[in-house]
Structure formats: structure tokens, C-alpha cells
Write a protein that binds this ligand. Structure first.
Ligand code: FES
Ligand code: FES
Length: 174
């Protein structure tokens, strides 16, 4: 039965109108209807994290959300996040630390790590390990992935300290 529902959402900042089957999952809609293939399908039941996207700013499993549930909401995929440049340092750290092999898990890892960088700037290595444990890597590159995230946390913290010192210095000279 061709039971299509109209949806209107924002995807990576672009207003998008489509008609979807009520049972179509968000990740399938993104990949098949919009050609945004950066989000991957692994387990298809919420375990591996390969399908991770943001919905209204919250990280969600794209295989557990229906496309119709995204109606009226804002979706951001790894394409949008990486195009914005917000994770440039994390992408560089993944390369530097060899934190990807086949790359299948990498988009989900970047999305999960990006949320950690935004919300837990003071995270310890152990907290990074626990946070990232929700994403599976079949190539077992976990240590390198944690190394990469910790590198970025450290460099962002150092930059924040420098920026704060600079503002104090310029304030003192004013
Ligand atoms: S494919 Fe969605 S969590 Fe594995
Ligand atoms: S790099 Fe291959 S699954 Fe993670």
C-alpha cells in the first residue's frame, strides 16, 4: 500500500519537503531519499551507533527514529557537522591518531565525540571511554579513538586558558 505522509523538516540547515512511508526510519530517509550517505547502518536496532545524527541538537540513533517523527524538526548529519568546520580539529586528530581503519563507524564516532566536546569539556579519559562505549568499531580502534578525543579536549582546554589569559591581559592594559 502506498501510504505516504508529507513531512517538512530542516536537514543541515536546508528546508526539505518530502513524502515518506510511515515505517521508514530516519537514517534510511537520509541515505536513500536525500543521498546523505555519511550516516551508516550497522545493527539497525540502536546498539552500534553507526547511524548517529542530531535531532533538534540532540544526538539520536537514526535507526530508532522514524522519518515522520522528524517532521517539523531540525536534523543534522555528519555531512552538515563536518561542512560547518566545527569538528575540524577532531577530524584531524582522528587522522593523526589513526583512529579509523575501514571508516564505517567513523561518522557515528565523530557525532558522538562532537556531543561530548560540546557538553563535557572537562571530561577525563575514563569519561571519554564510557561516553564512546555507546559506539561500536569492528576494526577495534578504540584506544586510538579515545586518544584522538582526549587530544582535542586537551587542546581546546589549552586554547580556552590562553584566550582567558589574553582577555585578562588586554583588560589590565585598558
Ligand atoms: S544502525 Fe543504528 S545503532 Fe546500529
Ligand atoms: S574503523 Fe572500521 S568499524 Fe571502526
Amino acid at each position: 500500500m502506498n501510504d505516504l505522509h508529507p513531512i517538512h523538516l530542516t536537514v543541515n540547515g536546508r528546508s526539505t519537503r518530502c513524502s515518506v512511508e510511515p515505517r521508514q526510519h530516519l537514517v534510511d530517509f537520509l541515505r536513500e531519499d536525500l543521498g546523505l550517505t555519511g550516516s551508516h547502518l550497522g545493527c539497525e536496532h540502536g546498539v552500534c551507533g553507526a547511524c548517529t545524527v542530531r535531532l533538534d541538537g540532540q544526538v539520536v540513533r537514526g535507526c530508532l527514529v522514524l522519518a515522520v517523527q522528524a517532521d517539523g524538526r531540525a536534523v543534522e548529519t555528519v555531512e552538515g557537522v563536518t561542512d560547518s568546520g566545527r569538528l575540524r580539529d577532531l577530524q584531524d586528530a582522528f587522522m593523526r591518531r589513526n583512529a579509523l581503519q575501514c571508516g564505517y563507524c567513523t561518522s557515528g564516532m565523530l557525532m558522538a565525540a562532537g556531543e561530548l566536546l560540546d557538553t563535557r569539556p572537562d571530561a577525563s579519559r575514563e569519561e571519554v571511554r564510557v561516553w564512546m562505549s555507546g559506539n561500536y568499531c569492528r576494526c577495534t580502534g578504540y584506544h586510538a579513538i579515545v586518544d584522538a578525543v582526549c587530544d582535542v579536549l586537551a587542546s581546546r582546554r589549552a586554547a580556552a586558558v590562553l584566550a582567558q589569559a589574553g582577555s585578562v591581559t588586554s583588560g589590565a592594559g585598558a
